[in-house]
Design a binder for this molecule. Sequence first.
Ligand code: SF4
Length: 183
Amino acid sequence: MKYGGGHFNYLLVCPRKLWLYAGGVGMEHTSERVAEGKLLHATAYPSRPGRYEELEVGPVKIDFYDPRQRVIHEIKLSDRMEEAHIWQVRYYQLVLEQIGIAGVRAVVEYPSIRHTEQLGELTDEDRVRLSEMERRIDRIVESEQCPPIPPKRKGICRRCSYFDFCYVGEAVPEEDSDQEDSL
Ligand code: SF4
């Protein structure tokens, strides 16, 4: 596999973000929100360290995997469930399947809103969609042109680690209630 979970997540957030990330334009070290996300992951399961393993498969890093139950646990800082989170984790399920760990389920946890999203085993439809997503990622990351700032920004830009990069000398998008982020 050539992509990490972030590629699948960012594909659904913003093609420009995906292109910058894939090209190694890293701004995440400057982002407070990314730092908050890392802290959340570091402190998420203080009383259950023995139950989970950290898995690295090529570029894919899964922070919490329960090998006995075959369940991936992904924790999100966001205060709303997003498709990008779900398909990031669906991709992890596919990666484990590809290395011979079948029948994996997943749980996406949102501590800030006390919500847990349960994901069953991968279906054939999921596999088809992941394959299509991978082809879309290929097209974006192989493009020589950085995709433009999407016209419908929906407020995602304000919370994005590439905000300063994208809006140097540009009009800043209006705030709105349709906030998104990818953490
Ligand atoms: S700031 Fe906005 S346009 Fe730029 S990468 Fe982030 S989400 Fe995309």
